[in-house]
Design a protein. Structure first.
Length: 101
């Protein structure tokens, strides 16, 4: 009985991580074939990109020649901040906070 409890406890610990706050969203597919038939593709002007936990449709941003490359380990639910056309390693604020008050 103790062995079964240990296995179940370990399985739960490996599935649920404190850093993960919910189910990963798979809004689209990065697969060219599925995107081509619009099965799991994105609207015009958006591309299917990883958000660190699944894939979502995100605006296609052109990086300016004078913008440094940003390698960022943050997960930003509402996307990364963009200043003067350059992406920063900083998250956009929650747009729904302004609606609530």
């Amino acid at each position: 009985m103790n062995t079964l409890w240990l296995v179940v406890s370990f399985a739960l610990l490996t599935v649920v991580s404190p850093a993960q706050f919910g189910i990963c969203v798979e809004q689209c597919s990065p697969s060219f074939i599925l995107s081509a038939v619009r099965a799991l593709g994105c609207p015009s002007g958006q591309a299917c990109m990883s958000n660190g936990c699944g894939h979502t449709c995100q605006p296609i941003l052109e990086r300016r020649a004078n913008c440094p490359f940003v390698a960022c380990g943050l997960y930003c639910q509402f996307g990364f901040r963009v200043v003067d056309g350059c992406t920063l390693c900083s998250c956009n604020p929650n747009p729904f906070i302004d609606l609530i008050g």
